[in-house]
Design a protein around this ligand. Structure first.
Ligand code: HEC
Ligand code: HEC
Ligand code: HEC
Length: 455
């Protein structure tokens, strides 16, 4: 999988180098960011602006990526909490590990010497001073849409609201050809849109606010939009049919957020979605995998108005890329519920479910409100890609810790308890019981995910 991806990317880069070289200089080279950056002056010491920047940095989750995990980048340092924004988070990509940068205002190892224009170019276009091209692990294709007003606030916050940390982040060392940062110029040219966000006058203010947050600061598409052969997102707004229809990063599948009634948000209300983003729990779903950090670092801090705007925008997206079905009134659904309740279970996987899962997720698959997620009608369970389900079963998980949410519960790891075949069976069972209807999971699916995550 990685080598196939690597090969495709290499070919794509080679092609782009040729096409891009012919087009780039005459057409786009003159500083694109400057064209859209307003020259209006602003006071970087204004406490109101700094406070606004702090909120925006949360909505964009700058800290989530720019803070090392406990134990430092190597995992071997002492477990004291690592300094926010000092960088060093190792991020897995198909080409190797990329470390995030120190973005504290330290003048030597951070961004203390950045002018406002340097900051705008880095965040919107992925070009740091000295023409250092950034890998798209930094979501600049989305951040391109951050408004000038919001950029002012972010700059004020990073210059005056963040404590400088003099510790350098580890260097990223990717193998050739991916260590050739200059080549990313062509990648950006071909794949990173440089459009500003334009509100749609036919839509409400709430819709436009939601669209802006999802597409720019929230960079939800970085995980929820499928990627193409050169790691580019297949669309950056609702004009594209693939936008937010689900993507896999680091073996977590981020589900379809369009209106699909099977594995999308079609059966969930705006209130369910807002609660999910605030507390990690909504509509009977519980956040897991890479979404846990998004809720912990970012969405739990958003205002109610912003969360409802996001939910409103998501609910406006028509169903695309439908997959999986849920019908809890179907005859098969009623039969399995009855069989599970009377203990008369002969389906492969049913016995495993009774012994290992029903305690928390319940015989009827409805879980326990504010404790355990429902598996019946759960879009993540019905998704076309099952990497997340396998990964969760192997590693276990814990619901997000939030300021105002319920006490997070844990899902145990089944790595030592179930064989690959048993995991495939129980997942196939939960994908086809209680009215759920989705493709089976095979033993090979389980082996392939376990091989890739090395667990
Ligand atoms: C999804 C993860 C992610 C998020 C979210 C993110 N960054 Fe980054 N950022 C990175 C990575 C990774 C790099 C290093 C890329 C490289 O080395 O090519 C980076 C690099 C940068 C740089 C360049 C620093 C330098 O000189 O090397 C700046 C500035 C920056 N980010 C600012 C921000 C700000 C401000 C935010 C929030 C608005 C943000 N980032 C959010 C991952 C992220
Ligand atoms: C780092 C990757 C990542 C980012 C960024 C991200 N998500 Fe997610 N999201 C996931 C994953 C993985 C899941 C599946 C696990 C789960 O349901 O919690 C998920 C699940 C969800 C769900 C539940 C969907 C379902 O059908 O169960 C919603 C709603 C959601 N995300 C909204 C958002 C919004 C809105 C944003 C942007 C503000 C966002 N996500 C950003 C990875 C991400
Ligand atoms: C001790 C209670 C417990 C047991 C036993 C348990 N789970 Fe879970 N399960 C959870 C919790 C808590 C979550 C939320 C995990 C998270 O947030 O990381 C979860 C999440 C899930 C999810 C993702 C759905 C979502 O919306 O979060 C699936 C799928 C799942 N479990 C399947 C299973 C299967 C299959 C078994 C049996 C092999 C099982 N679980 C056993 C507690 C449990």
């Amino acid at each position: 999988m990685v080598t196939a991806m690597t090969k495709r990317l290499f070919i794509a880069l080679a092609m782009l180098t040729i096409v891009g070289a012919a087009l780039y200089w005459p057409v786009v080279a003159p500083y694109r960011a400057l064209a859209q950056t307003s020259n209006r002056s602003f006071d970087t010491n204004d406490p109101k602006l700094i406070a606004k920047g702090e909120y925006l940095a949360k909505t964009a989750d700058c800290a989530g990526c720019h803070t090392a995990p406990p134990g430092g980048p190597s995992g071997k340092e002492p477990l004291h909490p690592s300094a926010p924004f000092a960088g060093g988070l190792p991020m897995g990509s198909p080409f190797g590990t990329i470390f995030s940068s120190n973005i504290t205002p330290d003048p030597a190892v951070g961004i203390g010497r950045y002018s406002y224009v340097d900051f705008v170019r880095a965040v919107r276009e992925g070009v740091a001073p000295g023409n250092k091209r950034l890998y798209p692990a930094m979501p600049y294709p989305s951040f391109a849409k951050i408004s000038d007003d919001d950029m002012h606030a972010l700059y004020a916050y990073f210059m005056h609201g963040v404590a400088p940390v003099a510790k350098p982040a580890p260097r990223t060392k990717l193998p050739f050809p991916f260590n050739q940062r200059w080549a990313l110029m062509f990648w950006s040219f071909a794949f990173a849109p440089n459009d500003v966000f334009v509100p749609q006058s036919s839509r409400s203010a709430q819709w436009n606010r939601g669209a802006y947050l999802v597409q720019s600061l929230g960079h939800c598409g970085a995980c929820h939009t499928p990627r193409g052969p050169a790691y580019e997102e297949r669309g950056y707004d609702e004009q594209s049919r693939r936008y937010l229809t689900g993507g896999t990063n680091d073996h977590w599948f981020a589900p379809n957020l369009t209106g699909d009634k099977g594995s999308g948000l079609g059966r969930f209300s705006e209130q369910d979605i807002a609660a999910f983003l605030r507390h990690g729990q909504g509509g009977g779903l519980v956040t897991f995998g890479s979404m846990v950090q998004v809720v912990e670092d970012s969405t739990q801090y958003m205002t109610d108005d912003d969360l409802l705007a996001i939910a409103h925008y998501l609910k406006s997206l028509p169903a695309h890329e439908p997959s999986g079905h849920f019908d809890n009134q179907s005859r098969a659904a009623l039969r399995t519920v009855r069989a599970m309740q009377t203990g008369d279970v002969e389906l492969p996987g049913a016995g495993i479910y009774q012994s290992f899962c029903a305690r928390c997720h319940k015989a009827d698959g409805m879980g326990e409100p504010l404790e355990y997620p429902r598996l019946a009608g759960n879009p993540a369970v019905l998704s076309p890609h099952t990497d997340s389900l396998v990964r969760l079963l192997v590693e276990g998980g814990e619901a997000p810790h939030t300021v105002a949410g319920p006490v997070p519960k844990k899902m145990p790891s089944f790595a030592g308890k179930l064989t690959d075949t048993e995991m495939a069976r129980v997942l196939t069972f939960v994908r086809n019981t209680w009215g759920n209807d989705a493709a089976p999971v095979t033993t090979r699916d389980v082996q392939s995910v376990r091989g890739s995550i090395g667990k």
